[in-house]
Design a protein around this ligand. Structure first.
Ligand SMILES: Nc1ncnc2c1ncn2[C@@H]1O[C@H](COP(=O)(O)OP(=O)(O)OP(=O)(O)O)[C@@H](O)[C@H]1O
Ligand SMILES: [Mg+2]
Length: 234
């Protein structure tokens, strides 16, 4: 399999007043095409910073990020907007759906913005929501809202799916259903899926586990025998 993501010597600091926080301090790792990768570490380790840099929401201070052969740290603002729009899909802990739009409309909007060819209803069926497509987010459970968010990301047909604590707001059973959907997205739909979490149990389902602490990668593990989601517990 070929490399789809590579971080090379990535540094990112934030300044609050006179204090400088090194959120990413020489981060290096790679992810192969089609892998399910879990980035794990304690609160404040720099996980969301990695995802924001990889997703083009934020820019590096130093180093490069290569995505599908393109160095996104060299893109100008306009190119970065196009990269965010077409190449990456985002899934967040608190779903971030538009409250005034139905499930269908939330997914349609994303699909229209990037001229995606996916059939929106089919994508909602794929995430198991065919009977709820005309409901508003407030009428859906947390797990159902997260399915809409995943459908929204998948409708763009992105190269990589970036998920920040996607099960963080869900109870264990619903969280496992969402992880199953994300694992299927990697294995059946052949997308590269990167999940950020503080939950070590989730690492057992991954092909690649990247541990971060204090802004650094402290361990990288290739898991030859990832567990089915049904076998993990927390
Ligand atoms: N926009 C910002 N301004 C200032 N400091 C920031 C900003 N974003 C992140 N930080 C700091 O950078 C460090 C890494 O933050 P990050 O959000 O990447 O951690 P995390 O691993 O995602 O943590 P959590 O598990 O709590 O979400 C933290 O010390 C955080 O306070
Ligand atoms: Mg975070």
């Amino acid at each position: 399999m070929k490399k789809i993501v590579e971080f090379r010597g990535v540094h990112k600091s934030y300044e609050i007043g006179s204090q400088v926080i090194k959120a990413n301090n020489d981060v290096n790792f790679e992810v192969l095409d089609g892998e399910l990768c879990v980035i794990v570490g304690p609160s404040g380790a720099g996980k969301t910073t990695i995802l924001n840099l990889l997703g083009g929401i934020d820019t590096v201070d130093e180093g490069s990020i290569i995505v599908a052969g393109k160095d996104i740290s060299k893109l100008n603002k306009k190119e970065l907007t196009l990269y965010r729009r077409y190449d990456v899909g985002f899934v967040f802990q608190f779903y971030n759906l538009m409250p005034q739009l139905t499930a269908l409309e939330n997914v349609e909007l994303a699909s229209e913005i990037c001229n995606a060819k996916s059939n929106v209803v089919d994508v909602l069926k794929q995430v198991g929501l065919e009977s709820r497509i005309n409901n508003f987010p407030a009428q859906l459970s947390g797990g159902e809202q997260q399915r809409v968010a995943i459908a929204r990301a998948l409708a763009k047909d992105p190269k990589i799916l970036l998920c920040d604590e996607p099960t963080g707001a869900l109870d264990i059973e619903i969280g496992k259903q969402i992880l199953t959907l994300l694992k299927d997205t990697a294995k059946i739909n052949k997308k590269t899926v990167i999940i950020v979490t503080h939950n070590l149990a989730i690492t057992e389902i991954a092909d690649r586990i990247i541990q971060v602490r204090n802004g650094k990668v402290v361990n990288i593990e290739i898991n030859e025998n990832p567990k089915p989601v049904s076998e993990v517990d927390w």
